[in-house]
Design a protein around this ligand. Sequence first.
Ligand code: FE2
Length: 390
Amino acid sequence: MAPRPMFTTTPMKKTSNEKHNFGAVIEGIDLEDISDSEVKALADAIWTHKLVIVKGQHHVRPIKQWELVTRFDPDAPLVHSHGDLKTFNKQGGLLSKGRDVYGVPGAENVRLIGKGYQGHDHFGLKGTTVRKEPGHAWHNDPLSDEEYTKGHTRFQRWHIDAPLYARDPALFTTLRCFKRPTQPNVTIHWDDASDHTITTEPGLTAFFSNVQMYDLMTDDERRIADHSWVEYAPHPYQWMGNCKSKSTGLGLVSQGKEKTFEDLSPYEEEDVKRYPMVWVNPVTGERAFMVHGICVRRAFMRSSLDEDAQVVDDVVEIRRWLSNIQERVLRPEYIMNPKVEEGDIIMWANWQMFHSAVDYPDHWGARTMHQANVGSSRAPVGPTPIPVSA
Ligand SMILES: [Fe+2]
């Protein structure tokens, strides 16, 4: 028998104003029935394009999405990167605050993400209404209900999907679209000193590439980033759970609201995470500047292998250094809100990208998405090793 044809991969089109350099559409694959060689080819496509939309998966059973993410990383422990739901709801800090998170019955590691009424019977979730506060609720500068109701929205929180404690960040995240409103458009406002806005359909996720961010850094900054590392707080989302965000959703407003370690759930020193600032793409060799600034407690800075690292434990100073770099890519031309339609599954290289939800007024309609990823089998690798004694 002739081998099944591999799927097609088509880079996403962009207008002359857009400068982002990621994204492809994949067609001709059936995630209900996918061979090992297709899993490998799909993983390579995600690493290469950073983000793909897999079309035409209406028929796929929820458990197959979970199986796929475990096949992407066969040595990974069989648990969602944020752990089991009970622990997540109790210890998730900022991430579980202000929203309901459900597991899909029979596929509990597939998380129902969205809001509003989910229908009479959504894969066994009966008559469920998902409650959540608006995405900008954690922003320091308020957005008036009146503006929001008219479709003035913001990036909620730029992030990677990563517990940054105990488990390592998922290689990829997968997000399946069942339902979202498609109109009217929202207008995303930076609501800072810039007058940047993006107008887009509601219910989408925004992305930028941290490889592109790395490309926008100076040679000196890259030399430092290539040799330096950061340490995240224990239970980082509890630690910064009372902190507020800038109105762009990228970075915290420093107000000294971080908790003391005594106020956190018990933690193990060995579970505290230290990662290089730059993560190398295992397929393309590209470098991404991957610092999740809102959770960083200390930075270890040096610009060559033979230097002793300078320890920076002033989070205000660290955040200032990071914002200066990270905000360069936070411009409309580098951001994409890929149009995900019912039956699509979007998959992205979580080790290379930042993403953010973009909320819309509740009365525009319900949103139903299934999110799945698996805590990685291994820690991200930088261009130079972190000293073992670090
Ligand atoms: Fe996320």
